[in-house]
Design a protein around this ligand. Structure first.
Ligand code: SF4
Ligand code: SF4
Length: 329
């Protein structure tokens, strides 16, 4: 992370001890530091430009309503999209392995057929030799236990990557799962744990996470142990159905929920059903976002709606939502 801010004399000393270079002081008294790596490779002029850019980014963060003290986590690892508007600068890239696949050593195999017989996932087929279909194999390990000649071993598979990045609103942890890969729950847990580690190490006081849709394993991995779930739904039959299930899930995990109705003006009857459902499960509907063309136009330009037009109806309400979320802490 190239830019650091020390909020106290103690933090300032800690940054100096870690080798960061003090480059200035903000109006509010905070000290600004840069990593030596950056000060070594940038000219004075470039430093000024970067510093200006960072100030601008802090302004954007404030406009977005996102405090400087937040770590972002994109838990929607199946269809991650925060990077499209936040344009992260990737600082770390790691491989993710969600499990194993079995492999047959043909030199050892005596073609007894036990593995094919036992595999519950229909992943082993005989065609002159016994072969394992990697896409069907769940890595359960049963075949390797059953093989009489120890011809089957398990190998780790790489299902995707996870990243730590710097964005205009602070650090972000996100991931990219390979095509048709599974084990998203494990990857969500990895993203959450990494974000949590950054938050405690760098003293960020909030983790804002974008959760996946639906109610499957990745949603459970996203929801458990959070302080507040903000459920964004739409007044459609499927939106109401999903909301009902997510509210139940949140209740099961004893997570407080608040509801936001997106495109609230599309269907008044379904919007009323959302109010009733929220009411029944003790969740407050904190906002209705109207259908707003500015959202689509912002996405076309790769911006958040607040950056695109901070006076747009959707922007004003999103800023209010953030204030309500923060004030509920
Ligand atoms: S590890 Fe399990 S799923 Fe994979 S081939 Fe063996 S028995 Fe089938
Ligand atoms: S159980 Fe082992 S020996 Fe038998 S067919 Fe499978 S791999 Fe070959």
């Amino acid at each position: 992370m190239k830019r650091k801010v020390a909020h106290s004399e103690e933090e300032r000393k800690a940054f100096i001890a870690k080798g960061f270079k003090e480059v200035g002081k903000e109006e509010n008294g905070n000290y600004v530091f840069w990593s030596n790596k950056m000060t070594d490779i940038l000219s004075k002029r470039e430093m000024e430009v970067f510093e200006l850019q960072d100030k601008k980014n802090v302004e954007i963060a404030e406009i977005l309503g996102i405090s400087e003290k937040s770590v972002l986590a994109d838990n929607d690892v199946d269809a991650a999209d925060l990077h499209l508007v936040l344009k992260p600068e990737i600082i770390e890239k790691h491989e993710f392995s969600g499990g194993n696949v079995a492999v047959i050593d043909q030199e050892k195999c005596i073609s007894c057929g036990k593995c094919e017989e036992l595999c519950h996932f229909d992943a082993i087929h005989h065609n002159d030799i016994y072969l394992i279909d990697e896409l069907s194999c769940e890595g359960c390990g049963l075949c390797s236990l059953a093989c009489p000649v120890e011809a089957i071993s398990e190998h780790e598979v790489i299902n995707g990557n996870w990243f730590v990045s710097e964005t205009k609103t602070g650090p972000m942890v996100h991931a990219l799962l390979g095509v048709a890969e599974e084990n998203t729950g494990k990857l969500v847990t990895k993203v959450r744990k990494t974000a949590s580690g950054i938050a405690s190490q760098e003293k960020y006081d909030k983790i804002l996470a974008d959760g996946p849709p639906g109610t499957g394993c990745p949603v459970i991995a996203s929801l458990s142990g959070v302080d507040l779930a903000v459920i964004v739904t739409e007044p459609t039959v499927s939106g109401v159905h999903d909301l009902e299930r997510v509210l139940k899930l949140a209740k099961h995990f004893r997570v407080e929920s608040k509801v936001v109705i997106n495109k609230a003006d599309l269907n008044k009857n379904q919007a009323n059903r959302i109010y009733n459902l929220a009411n029944e499960s003790g969740a407050e509907v904190i906002a209705e976002i109207p259908f707003d063309d500015n959202v689509l136009n912002a996405l076309k330009e790769g911006k958040t709606v607040i950056e695109y037009n901070d006076q747009a109806p959707a922007s004003k309400i999103i800023k209010e939502i953030y204030k309500k979320i923060v004030s509920s802490e």
